[in-house]
Design a protein around this ligand. Structure first.
Ligand code: G1P
Length: 290
């Protein structure tokens, strides 16, 4: 019987090299999308997905991530004194969003290794993984859509998106067997293959529902692409022992993991926001026609 997904792991331990020099002193996950850091959008998506407990994997030098979700008494009392209740509410909300725990990954040994760091906090229950580089405009959330597949079939479930041939080598790619509309049994997973060698165009996006058996699979995973312990390689081991499914979610994918991606995300996401979309549209229109 499938169990409720209560816990989420958010890996946030990387160097953020694609964003250097912006990320020399500021963690990539704290770069803003409009008025909130990227990782806060991810945390809010996790909450909207029914998650009750969040485990963020960090690395040394990234304590500002913890600061962001902790209360800031001095700032709060300054805002209170000024009578700025709107900002006060925004600041207080960030520290009351969810039960968030931080687990360090002292050596950056890859995404699979980062997820393995959460083994103790996750324990013996299924959980979700949210990669903060990937943002989605989806209602219900991508994890909620995947939960339906998980409830029906059990096993682990990956979020899938058909990508253009030239983008294949940027993602984990699956070998799929269609079992229902948008739903696939996964026969293999390959991390960032060359386009010609890829088993399909279905790429793994940064949302996963995983059973705790993934931890043993990750312990057995040898360094792969880039000399790192890859989550995709752990999944290839897992699917030999247990069913692995993929779901082509409905919604928009935003790539916030590189400078041009974040710039495009800011525009595309911004255009869809009720409070700011119209002003942004008018500005872009003027810019392009002038
Ligand atoms: C990671 C995973 C990859 C996945 C991608 C989704 O790659 O290793 O399998 O497809 O996230 O964004 P990264 O973006 O960290 O290079």
């Amino acid at each position: 019987m499938s169990r409720k997904i209560r816990k989420a792991v958010i890996p946030a331990a990387g160097w953020g090299t694609r964003f250097l020099p912006a990320t020399k002193a500021v963690p990539k996950e704290l770069l803003p999308l409009y008025d909130k850091p990227i990782i806060q959008h991810t945390v809010e998506e996790a909450i909207a997905s029914g998650i009750e407990e969040i485990i963020i994997i960090t690395s040394p030098g990234k304590s500002s991530l913890e600061d962001h979700f902790a209360p800031h008494r001095k700032l709060e009392s300054a805002l209170k004194k000024k009578g700025d209740t709107e900002l006060l509410e925004k600041v207080q909300r960030t520290s009351r969003l969810a039960d968030i725990r931080f687990v360090p990954q002292n050596n950056p040994r890859g995404l699979g290794h980062a997820v393995l760091m959460a083994a103790k906090e996750v324990g013996d229950e299924p959980f979700a993984v949210f990669l903060p580089d990937d943002l989605f405009g989806a209602d219900p959330t991508v994890i909620k859509q995947m939960s339906k597949v998980y409830k029906k079939y059990g096993g682990s479930v990956l979020a899938l998106l058909k990508v253009a041939p030239e983008d294949i080598s940027r993602y984990g790619i699956v070998k799929p067997e269609e079992v229902a509309k948008r739903t696939y049994r996964i026969l293999d997973t390959v991390e960032k293959p060359e386009t010609e060698k890829a088993p399909s165009r279905l790429a793994i996006m940064g949302r996963y529902i995983l059973t705790p058996e993934i931890f043993d699979a990750l312990r057995a995973t040898k360094p792969g692409k880039g000399g790192e312990i890859q989550l995709t390689d752990g999944l290839a081991i897992l699917r030999k022992k247990q069913n692995l499914y993929g779901y082509e979610f409905e919604g928009t994918y935003y790539d916030a993991g590189k400078p041009m991606g974040l710039l495009k995300t800011s525009i595309a996401w911004g255009l869809k926001q009720p409070g700011i979309g119209l002003e942004l549209r008018e500005y872009l229109y003027k810019l392009l026609s002038g």
